[in-house]
Design a protein around this ligand. Structure first.
Ligand SMILES: Nc1ncnc2c1ncn2[C@@H]1O[C@H](COP(=O)(O)OP(=O)(O)O)[C@@H](O)[C@H]1O
Ligand SMILES: [Mg+2]
Length: 237
């Protein structure tokens, strides 16, 4: 397999939160390919956020393995955070600086890029997400939706080759959702994308849908249409 394929496999991943005895994720097997939008769907508390956090080892599985291009994710050490960008469900977990532009510059600066390149990345990511008008704003004064867009721009400014997004459209209006949908379609041409969601518009652009139910993958579908018909057959949706 080629080095830069960014092909991810989860093999029998199990997870329980320390101090609890419930096995929250049970024998999760996923295959995630570059140039595809992989969606994890499932009801509230089915384990979507927990699962997506095991992919970049924010949560380390109790059992099983995460493989990136055939190599154990643990072997990438800190490089994994350069390769994989993670958008938290709550944008406030992602934003640290009082002014938006400083937040956006943080990632590229951390990569050791020069001023000119940092500036270029910040402008480019802001244009992609449509937040150029927010650059000088105080982060605290932004609405929840604006914070989500800023967090997403911050992520894109570091140009990770794999993007994990935990419920990126939650709490957004129709216009922001459609902007994110268009962006995801563009991003998938060069990247590996994994998204947890319960938003129909996101499910509709998925190339692969994994249905998570009570910590287990209960179905794998190639399109929204096949997912919907399976759900109605099972009387779930
Ligand atoms: N840090 C934690 N410690 C213990 N239980 C947790 C923790 N975080 C989440 N949980 C529990 O794990 C279950 C799955 O949560 P989560 O992965 O956030 O589900 P989803 O994203 O599908 O709503 C929930 O019952 C939640 O309360
Ligand atoms: Mg969640």
């Amino acid at each position: 397999m080629l080095e830069e394929e960014n092909h991810i496999e989860l093999k029998n991943v199990c997870y329980h939160y320390p101090g609890t005895n419930k096995q929250l994720l049970r024998d999760i097997n996923l295959e995630i390919k570059k140039n595809e939008i992989t969606v994890i769907v499932g009801p509230v508390a089915s384990g979507k956020s927990t699962l997506i956090r095991t992919i970049n080892l924010l949560l380390e599985p109790d059992k099983g393995q995460v493989l990136i291009d055939g190599k154990d994710a643990k072997e990438y050490h800190d490089k994994i955070y350069e390769m994989i960008g993670f958008l938290f469900q709550n944008p406030e977990d992602q934003l640290f600086y009082p002014v938006v532009v400083d937040d956006l510059a943080f990632g590229p600066r951390n990569l050791g890029l020069n001023r000119q390149e940092i500036h270029k990345r910040v402008i480019e990511a802001s244009e992609q997400v449509g937040i150029l008008h927010l650059l000088e704003r105080e982060t605290d004064s932004l609405s929840y939706g604006e914070k989500t867009m800023v967090a997403l721009a911050g992520l894109l400014a570091t140009r990770p080759s794999i993007l994990l997004m935990d419920a990126p459209t939650t709490g957004l209006d129709l216009w922001s959702i459609s902007r994110i949908i268009e962006l995801l379609k563009k991003l998938k041409k060069t990247r590996t994308l994994v998204i947890t969601t319960n938003t129909e518009d996101v499910l509709k652009i998925a190339d692969k849908i994994y249905f998570l139910w009570n910590g287990k993958i209960r179905g794998e579908y190639k399109s929204y249409r096949t997912f919907r018909s399976a759900m109605s057959r099972k009387n779930i949706l």
